[in-house]
Design a binder for this molecule. Structure first.
Ligand code: 218
Length: 189
C-alpha cells in the first residue's frame, strides 16, 4: 500500500476519534438537548479540507458509529431507519464540506488569504447544511409527535434543527477563523 494511502487511513481514524472525544467532553456543556453551539465537527472539516470529500465522509460515518457504540445515541434512536439516517447518513454528509478542496488548494498556493477563508466558510456551510437537511427531514417524519400542541411537524423541525444548525455552523466557522493563521499546519502534507 502506498504511503499516502496509509496516512489518509490513519488521519481518517484519528480525526473521527477526535470528533468523538470533543463530543464526549462537550456533552455536559450542552445548552439543551437540541440547541447547540458546538465545534465538534471541526476535526471532520479539517480532514475535509486536507484530504477531500471521501476520507471526510468516512470519518463522519465512523464518528456516527462511535456515537451509537458509546451509547450517546441511545435516547435519540427511535427506530432503524431514523437512527441510520441521523447517525450514519447525516454525520457522513459533514464530509461534503470537502467539495471546496480543489479551489482551497489553489487559493493556498497563491496565498490568497481572504479567498481561502471564504472557501473554508463555504465548505463548513455545505457540510452543515447537508447534515442538517437529513435531521430536518427526519424531524418532520419521526419527531413530529414531540411538537408542542398546535405546532406542525414542519415548523417544529424547522425551529429545532434550524437553531442547532445555526449554532453549530457559527461555532465551527468561528473556530476555523481563529485557527486560520495556523491553517498550513493542518493542510500541508
Ligand atoms: C425535531 C427534531 N428533534 C430531534 C431530532 C434528532 N436530532 C436532531 C439533531 C441532531 C441529532 C443527532 C445527534 O446530535 C438528532 C438525533 C430531529 N432530527 N428533529
Amino acid at each position: 500500500m502506498q504511503k499516502t494511502k496509509i496516512n489518509v487511513i490513519a488521519e481518517t481514524s484519528l480525526l473521527a476519534g477526535l470528533a468523538m472525544i470533543l463530543d464526549l467532553l462537550t456533552q455536559p456543556m450542552s445548552l439543551g438537548p437540541w440547541i447547540s453551539f458546538s465545534f465538534k465537527m471541526v476535526p471532520i472539516f479539517i480532514l475535509a479540507f486536507r484530504r477531500g470529500i471521501k476520507p471526510a465522509m468516512l470519518a463522519g460515518l465512523i464518528w456516527g458509529i462511535l456515537q451509537v457504540a458509546f451509547g450517546e445515541a441511545a435516547g435519540n434512536w427511535l427506530n432503524l431507519t431514523q437512527g441510520f439516517l441521523e447517525y450514519f447518513v447525516a454525520f457522513s454528509f459533514v464530509g461534503i464540506g470537502g467539495l471546496v478542496k480543489p479551489w482551497l488548494d489553489k487559493a493556498m498556493t497563491k496565498k490568497e488569504t481572504f479567498k481561502g477563508l471564504s472557501l473554508i466558510i463555504l465548505g463548513i456551510f455545505l457540510g452543515t447544511i447537508s447534515r442538517y437537511f437529513i435531521h430536518f427531514i427526519a424531524g418532520i417524519i419521526f419527531w413530529g409527535s414531540y411538537a408542542p400542541k398546535g405546532q406542525s411537524a414542519l415548523l417544529y423541525s424547522s425551529i429545532i434543527n434550524g437553531s442547532s444548525w445555526l449554532g453549530e455552523t457559527l461555532a465551527c466557522s468561528i473556530a476555523l477563523w481563529l485557527l486560520y493563521p495556523f491553517i498550513n499546519i493542518f493542510l500541508k502534507k
